[in-house]
Ligand binder design. Structure first.
Ligand SMILES: Nc1ncnc2c1ncn2[C@@H]1O[C@H](COP(=O)(O)OP(=O)(O)O)[C@@H](O)[C@H]1O
Ligand SMILES: [Mg+2]
Length: 266
């Protein structure tokens, strides 16, 4: 199972937006995808519950709740056969408590907003991530994503200079766009909007998806993001959307395995 954690101690920087858009992308590729939602605001869980029937579902586990009648570790387990697990984390994350999930993550993404306050805050957060989170500084699996970017602004250029100076990669640039807001409201990712709307977001998202793809040793048969952005619009091309193999897997395990590169029996 490929595990991705999305973290930043600041609220409102786009953790849930990034989580849901990555989840939608993997789900749209036919990968069985789940979100561990640790934020009591429940944004990712709410998003998952709103996914329309014509797109592949994403399981959401409300990790911020205490389970009844079962152990916590059982409650937090995604469904059998899950291939991608995204962990959405709360603002003010307790890095001591999250040491283990962060160490176990195959990839850690840190969304940052282009503002002086956010640039200052993320510098502190990165220091804490290494000190308190006990992640090695040389980790090749930690990257920053600039979110809500308006390219021709001075503060974006400051953020770009700051991010380029960091010893961790800067792998994506999400535009400040109504597409993210509208997709979120409908339980979709921007990759599931119309082709023309997704075309505006794709250049910023592709490097991020490519970076994840390179770290994902579990899905060697999954097409690279550049190849796989075929039209999969939930808005205009509903009939073209492939249903998630989990629904048809009884008859079609081979297709599922070919798509996701695992010998998974669901
Ligand atoms: N790229 C974006 N373009 C436009 N709005 C965005 C973008 N990213 C996030 N938002 C909006 O900003 C708000 C905070 O984002 P959210 O993902 O909930 O942050 P966090 O999970 O870090 O608290 C939400 O209303 C969301 O819709
Ligand atoms: Mg959130």
């Amino acid at each position: 199972m490929f595990k991705v954690a999305i973290v930043n101690s600041k609220g409102g920087v786009g953790k849930s937006t990034l989580t849901t858009n990555i989840a939608a992308w993997y789900a749209s590729q036919g990968c069985k995808t789940a979100i561990l939602d640790h934020d009591s605001q429940g944004s990712s869980s709410f998003w998952a519950s709103k996914r329309p029937p014509q797109v592949n579902p994403v399981q959401a586990i409300e990790a911020f709740k205490e389970p009844y009648g079962m152990t916590r570790s059982f409650y937090l387990k995604p469904e059998a056969g899950t291939q991608v697990l995204l962990t959405d984390t709360p603002a003010g994350i307790d890095l001591m408590r999250f040491q283990t999930p962060l160490k176990e993550a195959d990839a850690i993404l840190i969304p940052v907003l282009p503002s002086a306050i956010d640039i200052h805050a993320v510098a502190h957060f990165l220091r804490d991530l290494f000190l308190i989170g006990q992640l090695p500084r040389s980790s090749a699996n930690i990257a920053v994503v600039a979110n809500r970017v308006r390219k021709n602004t001075r503060i974006y250029q400051t953020l770009e200079v700051f991010l380029n100076r960091l010893e961790i990669p800067f792998v994506g640039t999400l535009r400040d766009s109504q597409n993210y807001i509208q997709a979120a409201a409908s339980g979709l990712g921007v990759c599931e909007l119309t082709k023309s709307r997704f075309a505006l977001e794709k250049p910023g998202l592709l490097p991020l998806l490519d970076w994840l793809h390179a770290l994902d040793t579990t899905s060697s048969l999954l097409p690279t993001p550049a190849d796989s952005f075929a039209p999969r619009s939930a808005e205009s091309q509903t009939s073209e959307i492939q249903k998630q193999p989990s629904k048809t897997v009884g008859n079609n395990t081979t297709t599922f395995d070919q798509l996701c590169g695992q010998n998974t029996t669901l």
